[in-house]
Design a protein around this ligand. Sequence first.
Ligand code: RB5
Length: 147
Amino acid sequence: MIAIGCDHGGIALKAEIIKYLEANKIEYKDFGTYSSESCDYPDIALPVCKSILSSECEKGILICGTGIGISMSANKIKGIRCALCHDYFSAKYTRLHNDSNIIAFGARVIGPGLATELVDVFLNTGFEGGRHAVRVDKMMALENLEL
Ligand code: RB5
């Protein structure tokens, strides 16, 4: 199950990505927003992240205008590794090397053709582990530092 969510800036791109998920028979849960009325991206990032942490969903897709606010919000949540990607190489390598559990897009930055290609490689690329697992473990340990 894939979690998907966007703010008002990402509505049209979310609809295109949902078309791709449905065409490929990929189950998804849509956490909104559902209208073009202005909303706040942290309010969407939170339920998407919670669904991943509870294992209801395996991975997530988040969209806002730039992708920045919603990815920054997601990365505030323990256990989340959200990668803002607008190119194929990053979408592939953030799975191979960072074991990212969410990909984020800026709907005002990329079009639906590229975004669906990035979703495809993100969902179909595994984590390489090995030396990268050591690094991801160290990354996650940063969440518990008392500075
Ligand atoms: C909303 O206007 C916009 O600020 C938001 O979608 C996003 O781009 C923020 O990072």
